[in-house]
Design a protein around this ligand. Structure first.
Ligand code: C5P
Length: 405
């Protein structure tokens, strides 16, 4: 798991959004991170250190000097952890960091810090719009800090605008990239996910039980590992993964158009979408009326997107998915060859705990050479990690001129 055993330093500065930092600690702890909180003096006007201590299980850093302070914390903390997150980061904290001021525990730690830093600004919209704040953030970014843009909405001061701290779960997602191995850095990954809708009339369509969860997990994990990710998604209720460019499509034909356009520029294509194999030949322009008569529909085969990309591919790694109810491995091998794929991920959709809609999956990964990799029941994120391990092996082998299969 991404955060297991990782040490995170959370710096909390004095804005009203400091209350959200408590939820951030809770979420980080729930994904098994170890969190050390350091608060500025102003932050302690909004939230008590005891709250953070109770949630993190660790003593909270509040002062450089005086009782309870540790004489070496100001140097060691920013070097011992795996990543640092400043949430909320006030305009004042951002200004001090940009100018190199260290006049309290948090800013002094930041001067000596050597680990990746995520800054999450939160402030009034006019403060955010102030050029000095923007210049300070530009300076931090130029020094390698990651800056998470604030969200737009109701602000605590009554104004409506840009300046809200993103939700804790979004911050955790952004932070996940900072603690993950970056073996996809500089690589572009295209993922398809979800079902397609094939219209019968303006209100009805043919579809399937795909939820999109496997494809979304692949997109999320590839982004965490440093990839630039485009997710082409059929209709689903899932939220777009943080950092990922998402294009929503409805039909197989729309999906084909989007994949065709993106495919030449990517290093890997992972087609986790359950693309409809057929569409109604004549979609009706008007809603079909109920009546006593039988209705007949003619179906036309949809283009096989994966097969088309398999035929077009140059250096890309192309991964297909095979959801089967019978002869799983034989069918998967046949598709691997017929569609000119590099890997195929086969899953038995008869099982209630694998395949469609659920959060777990039990798959077999088959490459062109070598033994199939039969995995136990895992979460879709764990499955995604293992698929991505295989993809990166193939990409690296290609870059080094070996086959890697
Ligand atoms: O042949 P089958 O539809 O079972 O193959 C499954 C794989 O092919 C999946 O990876 C799916 O995304 C892809 N596919 C496709 N276009 C279709 C049907 C399936 O790209 N029309």
């Amino acid at each position: 798991m991404t955060f297991t055993g990782k040490r995170i330093l959370l710096g909390v500065s004095g804005g009203i959004a400091a209350y959200k930092a408590a939820e951030l600690v809770r979420r980080l702890v729930s994904v098994r991170a170890r969190v050390k909180v350091v608060m500025t003096r102003a932050a302690q006007e909004f939230m008590g250190p005891l709250t953070f201590q109770a949630l993190s299980g660790e003593k909270v850093g509040t002062a450089l000097f005086g009782p309870g302070s540790d004489p070496l914390e100001h140097v060691s903390l920013g070097q011992e952890v795996d990543a640092i997150v400043l949430a909320p980061a006030t305009a004042n904290l951002i200004g001090k960091l940009a100018a190199g001021i260290g006049d309290d525990l948090l800013t002094t730690i930041m001067l000596a810090a050597t680990k990746p830093i995520l800054v999450c600004p939160a402030m009034n919209d006019q403060m955010w719009a102030n050029p000095v704040v923007q210049e300070n953030l530009d300076r931090l970014q130029a020094r390698g800090f990651q800056v998470m843009a604030p969200e737009s909405g109701d602000l605590a001061c009554g104004a409506v605008g840009l300046g809200r701290l993103p939700e804790p779960e979004t911050i955790v997602e952004a932070l996940a990239r900072l603690v993950s191995k970056q073996d996809f850095a500089g690589r572009r990954v295209l993922v398809t996910a979800g079902p397609t809708h094939e219209d019968l009339d303006p209100v009805r369509f043919l579809t399937n039980r795909s939820s999109g969860k496997m494809g979304y997990a692949l997109a999320r994990m590839a982004w965490r590992r440093g990839a630039e990710v485009c997710l082409i998604s059929g209709p689903t209720a899932l939220a777009p993964p943080y950092g990922v460019e998402r294009l929503m499509v409805r039909s197989a034909q729309d999906m084909l158009k989007a994949v065709r356009q993106r495919f030449p520029k990517v290093d890997a294509l992972l087609m986790a979408a359950a693309v409809g194999d057929y569409r109604p030949t004549h979609a009706k322009a008007r809603k079909i009326k109920r009546g006593p008569q039988e209705e007949q529909f003619q179906l036309t085969p949809n283009p096989d997107i994966l097969k088309e990309m398999g035929a077009l591919k140059k250096r890309q790694v192309v991964v297909g998915f095979a959801a089967e109810t019978h002869d799983l491995e034989d069918e998967a091998r046949r598709k691997l060859a017929a569609k000119n794929l590099d890997l195929i991920v086969a899953n038995d959709v008869n099982r209630p705990d694998a395949g469609f809609q659920v959060d777990t999956n039990e798959v077999t990964i088959i490459a062109r050479q070598g033994e199939p990799l039969r995995l136990p029941l895992l979460t879709k994120e764990e499955v995604a990690e293992i698929i991505l391990d295989r993809v990166v092996e193939l990409l690296t082998a290609r870059e080094q001129g070996t086959t890697g299969a």
